[in-house]
Design a protein around this ligand. Structure first.
Ligand code: S3P
Length: 165
């Protein structure tokens, strides 16, 4: 069974923090996007371009359902908690969920040269802020604790998670 789940917007540090946490508790790190890539044999960009977002979301739900029974720290994708099915899966799993909360301004800065996130590339600044606001309540509903990540190093974030879980 997964030990801990990280949720949050694209660029909030789920993968970096997930790796550090997993190392700390001597568990594997599970990255939902990487699992989807490994199962499908296609990059996230390819899946979006060739099959569309809807197909990606189906893969994401199926992969989440199977990932939850594996061992380790699970970093989800930024859109994972948007689906009710996924939120129910997260809730029923009864595993601590941490929301990494990062301001849209910092996300924009971090991801400005990113080409691996198909959704991010299609968003201008205003739409990114809107999407962030649309999703925020889903992250909050899914999470047991929230960590504000702005101005914190990954190690500080890991420390804050450890003392609050
Ligand atoms: C997405 C976030 C990405 C990835 C896909 C869609 C989203 O994961 O799952 O590109 O809808 O926010 P990261 O949060 O790891 O970037």
């Amino acid at each position: 069974m997964v030990d801990l789940i990280l949720v949050g917007f694209m660029g909030s540090g789920k993968t970096t923090v997930g790796h550090l946490l997993a190392d700390f508790i001597h568990r594997p790190h599970l990255d939902l996007d990487q699992m989807i890539v490994a199962h499908s044999g296609q990059s996230i960009n390819q899946i979006f371009t060739e099959h569309g977002e809807r197909y990606f979301r189906e893969l994401e739900s199926k992969t989440l359902a199977s990932a939850l029974s594996e061992d380790g720290v699970l970093s989800t994708g930024g859109g994972t908690p948007v689906s009710l099915t996924n939120r129910q899966l997260l809730h029923e799993a009864n595993i601590p969920v941490v929301y990494l909360k990062t301001s849209p301004e910092i996300i924009l800065e971090r991801l400005q040269d990113d080409h691996t996130r198909p959704l991010f590339r299609t968003l201008d600044k205003n739409r990114l802020i809107e999407l962030f606001q649309e999703r925020e309540s889903y992250y909050e509903q899914s999470a047991d604790i929230q960590v504000i990540t702005d101005q914190k190093t990954p190690s500080e974030i890991v420390h804050e998670i450890k003392v609050n879980i």
